[in-house]
Write a new protein. Structure first.
Length: 109
């Protein structure tokens, strides 16, 4: 294990240091807390494995991103469908108006 974090704790003079660290050799991500024991000139390091939490957070982010993409695709499809229906109705209404006007004209004659 790399002692850099403990060395930083010794030199910084902070009472408590917290950091999230990746340990690629162990395929692990940990939340690390280091604090001194002043009476004994020692430091305590607490390592909490948050690998599963990090992986789940990435998965959730991917799912959210995919959901947003699918929602946008659905919205685009609905808009296109509404535009096509409006165009279709407009064309047929215009044809019907033309035919009805011709029928009215023929009836008047």
């Amino acid at each position: 294990m790399d002692p850099d974090f403990f060395e930083k704790a010794v030199t910084s003079g902070q009472t408590i240091m917290r950091e999230t660290m990746a340990f690629p050799h162990y395929n692990m991500t940990s939340h690390v807390i280091v604090y001194p024991i002043p009476d004994q000139d020692q430091f305590v390091g607490i390592f909490m494995d948050i690998t599963a939490f990090s992986v789940n957070r990435e998965r959730l982010s991917d799912i959210k991103s995919e959901t947003m993409q699918k929602a946008q695709e659905l919205l685009d499809h609905q808009i296109t469908m509404a535009q096509d229906l409006a165009r279709f109705l407009g064309e047929h209404t215009a044809k019907e108006e033309y035919l009805l006007n011709r029928l009215i004209d023929l009836t008047k004659q």
